[in-house]
Structure formats: C-alpha cells, structure tokens
Design a protein around this ligand. Structure first.
Ligand SMILES: Nc1nc2c(ncn2[C@@H]2O[C@H](COP(=O)(O)OP(=O)(O)OP(=O)(O)O)[C@@H](O)[C@H]2O)c(=O)[nH]1
Ligand SMILES: [Mg+2]
Length: 453
C-alpha cells in the first residue's frame, strides 16, 4: 500500500513508499510525507483568492448580433467596459468569406487585469455571404451553428447565476440580426432558465424596403414566442429614423446621437453611471412586473443631459422625453411605465427624493389613464453640472400600432415569400408565415384582455 489511513488522514510519500503513521519524512527515499488534508486546504485557499479571475458566469452579458448589433456592443464596450463590472461583451456575426470583419478590433489585454469585461467575436459558420439578407436564412444559420451554445457558456451565460441579465442588441432589418437574435435568446434561456432576457431592437426606418420590415416583423414574432412565456422578457423597440432625429449630451458635454444614445440607454439600464456614482436600476424588476401582466414590448423615450436650470423641473424633462418616443405609442393604452432618473449627487439633496418620486408619480397618473403599474428607479452621478438623464420605457401599446410599418411591409412581402419557389430562397414556409402573424396577434389580444379586467 502506498498510503496508510489513520484518523481519516492519508499519509503518503511522493514516491508512494509505505510509511508508519506520524512520519514527517519517508523512511525509504527521505522525501517529505504529503499530508493531503493540509495540501487540499491550501489549494482551496489559493483557488478562492483566484475565484474572481476564473469565474465562468457573469451578472450581465451584452450580446450584439449582425452588423449594427455588433457595432453597438463594440461601442458599449469601448465607452462603458471599464464602468460596467462583472459583465461580458459578445459580438455575433455571419462569417461570409472573411475570418474576421475588419471594423472590430478586439482588445488583446484588459486595461486593469483579467477581471475587466471581455469583448469577443463569434462567427456563425456556413453563411455564403456576410450579408444574409433574410430572417429565415439568419434563423437557420444560427440553428445550424454547432458552436453557439459553447460560445454563450464561455461568455458567462451560466445556470449557477440566478440573477443574470442577458442584454441583446440588434437591428432587425437585416438577415443576421433579425434571424439569429431570437434564437440566441432562446439558447440563453435554455442554458440559464433563471436569466432575464432583454432585447434592444432597432426597427427599420419608414422608407426602407418591405423586405427589411418583413424581417423585423418575423423577428419580433419569434422574440415573443411562446405566448405564455416568451424568450424575451423585455423587448425595447426603437425606430432607426426616429432615433436619428434626437440628440443628447454626455457628462463631458459631447453631443450624443444614434448608437451613442442607445448605448447610454443600455448601460444605464444595466446600472452604470458614466462618471461614477450609484444606481438602483435593475431591469429584472420591470421584467417581473411585465411578465405578470403579459406586457413585454416597450417603447423608449430619452432625455439625456438636460439642464434642470433650463427645463425648470423634472416634469418638464419628462415631457421633453415623452414628446419623442422612439416608436409609435398610444397614450391611452399605456399600462406599465418605467422611469429611470439620474441626477447629480450634489443636486439630489436639493431635489428631495420623496418630492421627486411624488412628482414622477403625479406625471405618470396624469399622462396615462390606464396605468396599472409603474417602476421608478433613481441613480446618482458625481457630475458637477445640473444635467439630468431620464429614460422612460412605456408598455401596453399593441404591436399593431408600435410595429405598424413592420406589419405593412410584412403583409406586402409575404405574397412573394408565400410562393413555393421562394421558400428555399427566404427560408420561411407559408405555414410559418401564419404562425408568425398569429404570435403577434396573440400578444396584442392578451393586452386587450388585460385592459378589459
Ligand atoms: N444604427 C444604425 N442602423 C443602421 C445604419 N444603417 C442601417 N441601419 C439599420 O440596420 C438595418 C440593417 O441591419 P444590419 O445590422 O446591417 O444587418 P445584419 O443583421 O448584419 O443582417 P445581414 O447583413 O442581412 O446579414 C437596416 O435595416 C437599418 O434599419 C446605421 O448607420 N446605424
Ligand atoms: Mg450584415
């Protein structure tokens, strides 16, 4: 026997020579006897110290899909990567012929050691062209990708994290974003059923071709299936042309437009504060409330970097955000409102949180006659200016209104897709077209039923 056991202790020399209990050195070779309990204890201690470096799950996982989605996540990582801790950034793109699209530079090392969030790129194989073009083809490519699950796991999607939020960003007018996004969220849910999944979807502009609207409608439908428990908890819809019309101001005074506005929205929802500070933002709370009411689609309204001195009150800043919703809404049907306000710390004491909350509640009540629930969350920044950031998410409007342009495009384009000869080209069968329409109708009907209660 190489090892002897005494009082549940193993004693053995590195050359496996037998030794009497209590020996310090081996009687045969003279090497020290290994005490497994002590060794194991010091190994576990060393692992515990290393744990933050080797942790395989992340509280927040940001995923960009398709060209625009990847650009957004790239931008998010560049601007917010060092602020949003315990997170991971992943870009998913169709491979086409290139091994790695030129526009994305992946940082080789993190700026402050191995705990800084990582940005990685996953290429979906087998795409003939990097521009996939149609929803059905993007969906099929993602489903046939044998490495997607592994990539999600390596990016931190993990069932051991109960409080995990997966935030996926994509434009739904193209093939990769529209097709691969819902399936990616479906896989994230499969891997971590506890996760909350948020999809920030850029909808095509009004003057884009019907095929882009067709893609976006199919993608919305898949994101909201199955009806009783959709793969997406929160779906944030922003029309590309509406987004292009608004502006914001960053904490350093720079003008913010398009992608930067969206990355501010996503980062703030994830609890980040640009110049340090604290935030109580937690999209999980909204997701829970929305799920209980069957409300999953939200339209964002943004007012970033508005001077309190110029606007006079938080109510006026809210009105300013509300005047430019990023997709069509019907005020009468809003049942759920989420307000995230970020005020400079030095002003927070002047504004009095209680008074501020009362003002926000009053505004909510006066603006939305059908309001059934509201979430108000605050964050404080260390800004020295008087600028306030305000994010409003409004839920309850039917997709027949919020995504009306997508539906028109879908209706016109489906006659082309429905022809047998085109099925292979677009990857969508006439039967699945019916299911796609039914899922959106069923979401809208659910909202109507809830309003009737
Ligand atoms: N934010 C932003 N969106 C854009 C811009 N140009 C086009 N879009 C939107 O992005 C959509 C296309 O999305 P992409 O991400 O390019 O498409 P994709 O997901 O890569 O899909 P495929 O290339 O077809 O495989 C269009 O329908 C537009 O609505 C832009 O400069 N900025
Ligand atoms: Mg593309």
């Amino acid at each position: 026997m190489a090892a002897s056991r005494s009082d549940s202790k193993y004693v053995v020399c590195p050359n496996r020579h037998p030794n009497p209990n209590g020996s310090k050195l081996c009687n045969t070779c003279g090497l020290p006897i290994v005490d497994y309990e002590t060794e194991l204890e010091s190994l576990l201690k060393a692992w515990a110290e290393q744990e933050p470096h080797i942790k395989f799950s992340r509280e927040k996982v940001f995923i960009g899909v398709g060209n625009q989605g990847c650009k957004l996540v790239h931008d998010l990582h560049r601007s917010w990567g060092n602020i949003i801790r315990d997170s991971e950034f992943l870009m998913i793109e169709s491979s086409g012929e290139t091994a790695q699209p030129k526009e994305y530079t992946l940082p080789q090392t993190s700026s402050n050691g191995s705990v800084a969030p990582r940005l990685s790129l996953h290429l979906i194989p087998r795409a003939v062209n990097s521009q996939v073009g149609y929803f059905g083809l993007g969906d099929k490519l993602a489903r046939d990708d044998p490495g997607l699950d592994d990539r999600l796991r390596r990016s931190g999607v993990n069932p051991s994290t109960e409080k995990q939020t997966v935030l996926l960003l994509s434009a739904l007018g193209g093939g990769t974003g529209s097709g691969a996004s819902p399936y990616t969220l479906q896989r994230a849910r499969e891997i971590n059923p506890h996760s909350r999944r948020v999809l920030v979807a850029m909808m095509p502009g009004a003057d884009e071709p019907d095929s882009a609207h067709f893609n976006s409608f199919c993608s919305l439908s898949h994101s909201l299936q199955p009806n009783d428990d959709p793969v997406t908890d929160i779906l944030i819809l922003a029309n590309y042309d509406r987004l292009s019309r608004i502006r914001g101001v960053s904490s350093s005074g720079e003008e913010l437009a398009r992608e930067s506005l969206l990355s501010h929205l996503v980062a703030s929802l994830a609890g980040a504060v640009e110049d340090g500070g604290s935030s109580e933002s937690d999209p999980g709370y909204l997701a829970k409330m929305g799920s209980s009411m069957g409300v999953h689609a939200f339209v964002p309204c943004l007012a970033i970097g508005r001077s309190l001195e110029i606007f006079g009150s938080i109510g006026n800043i809210l009105e300013s955000a509300f005047s430019s919703p990023l997709a069509p809404i019907d005020t009468e049907s809003i049942v759920l409102s989420y307000i995230l306000v970020q005020v400079p710390d030095r002003m927070a004491s002047l504004l009095h949180e209680k008074t501020l909350r009362a003002e926000l509640n009053r505004w909510n009540k006066n603006s939305f006659p059908q309001l059934k629930g509201s979430v108000i969350q605050m964050s404080h920044s260390f800004r020295t200016s008087d600028r306030v950031d305000l994010y409003l998410l409004l839920g309850g409007t039917k997709l027949a209104i919020t995504a009306s342009r997508a539906k028109e495009g879908f209706d016109r384009f489906k006659s082309v897709v429905g022809r047998k000869a085109w099925e292979q080209e677009f990857g969508v069968s006439p039967q699945s077209l019916l299911e796609i329409e039914e899922a959106i109708d069923s979401y809208d009907n659910g909202l109507e039923e809830m309003m009737a209660i």
